[in-house]
Design a protein around this ligand. Structure first.
Ligand code: NAP
Length: 466
C-alpha cells in the first residue's frame, strides 16, 4: 500500500475516534467545551485526510471552497447572536445536506454522462446514492424553511390546509416509489430528476405546517436525516469516516428529537403532523382564572434579601431579553447577603435543547448551581422565593393538574409549591403553547411586569438597598 493510503486511513480512524470522544464530552456541561474541541480537531483530521486523495486533479476549487467556507463560518461564529443560534444551526444543516445531495448528483451525472463506467452503477450503488440524494434534498429545503421561519422571513405559525397530510404522504410515497424504481433501473434519467425535484418539494411542504417553536425538534430530526445522507455518501464514495460520522450524526439527532419530545410529552408524529400552536389546537381551553396580582419592586427586593433560599427559573423570555448576565448579578448580590441561590433548568425551556445552560454558562453561572427538573422539584416546598424569568409553559401547573390540557403530562418545574413565586414577564403574553397559565393567578404568585433585563437590573439595585 502507498504511504498516502496509510495516512488517509489513519487520519480517518483518528477523526472517527475524536468524533466519538467529542460526543461523549458534549453529554455534560463541564466537559462540553473539551468535547467540542476534540470534535473540531477530528474534523480537521478528516479534512486533511481527504485532501490527500489520489483522485484530486486540481486544488484550485478546493482552496476557493475552503476560503469561502472558512470566511462564512468565522463570520457567522463571531456575529450571529446567541438568540439567533437556532436559525444559524438550521442554515448549517441546509449547507451540509446540500453538500451531500450535490455529491450524489455529481456521481450520478458522472456515471450517466460517460465520466465513469456505467457498468459500475449497480443496484447497491444506486440504493446508497438514491438514499443520499433523497434525504439530502429534502433536508436542504426543509432546513431552509426552518431557517426562514425562525428568522421571521415566512410566518412562524403552522401553515395548514385541508388534506395537507394526505397530500404530503402521497408526495413522499411517489418519491420513495421513484427511488425504488431507480434501484432496479439506475439509468432511468427522467425518474431520477423527478425524484430529486419531489424530494426538494417534500422538504418545503413537510416543514411549512410546523410552528416555529417546534423547529428545534424538526431541526434535530432533519439533522439526523442529513447525517444518514452523509453515511450513504460514505458508501457511495467508499469513505469510512463519512460512514462513521454520518451514522453518529444520524442517530444522535434522532435520539435528541425523541428526548425533546419526551420532555414535552409529545410524540414525533404529533410534532410533524399536529400543527401544534395553531388556533385550532389551543382554542376552547381557557376558563375563568381570577385576578393576577401585581407586586412592587421594593416588596420583591425585601422578600429576596431576607430569604434563605431563592431559585431562579429561566425561560424563553430570559433569552429574548438577553437577561442572563443580570440574572447572575442578582444571584451574586443575594449570595453576598447569605442567601442560597439555585437555578432550576427545564429540559425544554427556551427554544432549543440546552438553551438555558448555554446562556447561563455565557454569564459564568457555575454549573454546580444549575439543577435539573428532578433535582430541583423536591426543593421547592422549602424554597422561600422562586423567580420565574420569562418562563411560562415549563411552570404551567395545568400540565400536572388538568388531564384535558393540551400539555397534560408534560413534566414541569413545580414552582407553585414554593412559599412565594415572583413572575417576571412583559404583560399577559402566552407561552409557546398559547395556553393560559393558572400559576399566574395563584395566591402565592406575584407578577412584576416589564422586560426581564430591565426588571432584574432594577431588582439588583433594590436588593442592595433592602
Ligand atoms: P414560553 O412558554 O414560550 O414563555 C415565554 C414567556 O416569556 C412568555 O409568556 C412571554 O410573556 C415572556 N417573555 C417574552 N419576552 C420577554 C421579555 N423580553 N422579558 C420578559 N418576559 C418575556 O417559554 P418556556 O417556559 O421557556 O417554555 C418553552 C416552550 O417552548 C415549551 O412549551 C416547550 O415545549 C417549547 N419548545 C422548546 C424546545 C426546546 O428545545 N427548548 C423545543 C421545542 C419546543 P410576555 O409576552 O407577557 O412577556
Amino acid at each position: 500500500m502507498h504511504w498516502q493510503t496509510y495516512f488517509i486511513e489513519f487520519s480517518y480512524l483518528l477523526a472517527s475516534i475524536l468524533f466519538i470522544l467529542g460526543l461523549k464530552g458534549l453529554s455534560h456541561p463541564e466537559t462540553a467545551k473539551r468535547g467540542m474541541h476534540l470534535a473540531e480537531f477530528g474534523m480537521m483530521m478528516a479534512i486533511v485526510g481527504t485532501l490527500m486523495h489520489f483522485e484530486i486533479v486540481s486544488f484550485t476549487w478546493i482552496i476557493v471552497g475552503l476560503l469561502l467556507g472558512s470566511t462564512l463560518g468565522a463570520a457567522m461564529g463571531v456575529w450571529v447572536p446567541m438568540t439567533a443560534m437556532p436559525q444559524r444551526t438550521a442554515l448549517s444543516h441546509a449547507f451540509g445536506a446540500f453538500a451531500a445531495a450535490l455529491v450524489g448528483i455529481a456521481e450520478y451525472y458522472a456515471y450517466t454522462h460517460g465520466f465513469k463506467p456505467l457498468v459500475e452503477l449497480g443496484h447497491l450503488k444506486m440504493s446508497a446514492m438514491g438514499f443520499e440524494i433523497m434525504l439530502g434534498s429534502l433536508t436542504t429545503t426543509g432546513s431552509l424553511i426552518a431557517f426562514a421561519k425562525l428568522q421571521g422571513l415566512v410566518p412562524g405559525k403552522p401553515l395548514v390546509y385541508r388534506g395537507q397530510n394526505i397530500f404530503n404522504m402521497l408526495l413522499l410515497a411517489t418519491t420513495i416509489g421513484l427511488f425504488i424504481y431507480l434501484i432496479f433501473v439506475p439509468t432511468a434519467v427522467v425518474p431520477f430528476y423527478l425524484m430529486l425535484g419531489f424530494a426538494f418539494l417534500f422538504g418545503i411542504l413537510l416543514v411549512l405546517p410546523i410552528g416555529s417553536a417546534d423547529m428545534p425538534v424538526v431541526m434535530s430530526l432533519l439533522n439526523s436525516y442529513a447525517g444518514l445522507a452523509s453515511a450513504a455518501t460514505g458508501f457511495v464514495l467508499s469513505n469510512n469516516v463519512l460512514i462513521i460520522a454520518g451514522t453518529l450524526d444520524g442517530f444522535s439527532g434522532f435520539i435528541l428529537s425523541i428526548l425533546m419530545c419526551r420532555a414535552m410529552n409529545r410524540s414525533i408524529t404529533n410534532v410533524l403532523f399536529g400543527a401544534f400552536g395553531s388556533a385550532a389546537t389551543v382554542a376552547g381551553v381557557e376558563g375563568e382564572q381570577g385576578e393576577m396580582r401585581e407586586v412592587g419592586l421594593e416588596d420583591i427586593a425585601v422578600q429576596l434579601a431576607y430569604a434563605n433560599q431563592v431559585v431562579f427559573v429561566p425561560g424563553y423570555g430570559m433569552a429574548t431579553a438577553q437577561a442572563q448576565h443580570v440574572v447572575r448579578e442578582l444571584g451574586d448580590t443575594l449570595e453576598k447577603r447569605g442567601v442560597t441561590v439555585k437555578y432550576g433548568i427545564h429540559p425544554v425551556a427556551g427554544r432549543m435543547p440546552g438553551h438555558m445552560n448555554v446562556l447561563l454558562a455565557e454569564a459564568n453561572v457555575p454549573y454546580s448551581s444549575l439543577y435539573e427538573l428532578e433535582q430541583i422539584n423536591p426543593e421547592f416546598p422549602s424554597t422561600d422565593v422562586v423567580v420565574v424569568i420569562g418562563a411560562n409553559d415549563v411552570v404551567n401547573p395545568d400540565a400536572r393538574d388538568n388531564p384535558n390540557s393540551p400539555i397534560a403530562g408534560m413534566p414541569i418545574l413545580e414552582v407553585d409549591h414554593a412559599k412565594s413565586v415572583v413572575v417576571l414577564k412583559r404583560g399577559q403574553g402566552k407561552g409557546f403553547s398559547g395556553l393560559e397559565n393558572p400559576l399566574f393567578f395563584k395566591a402565592n404568585t406575584g407578577m412584576l411586569y416589564g422586560d426581564a433585563k430591565d426588571s432584574l437590573t432594577k431588582l439588583v439595585g433594590a436588593v442592595q438597598h433592602a
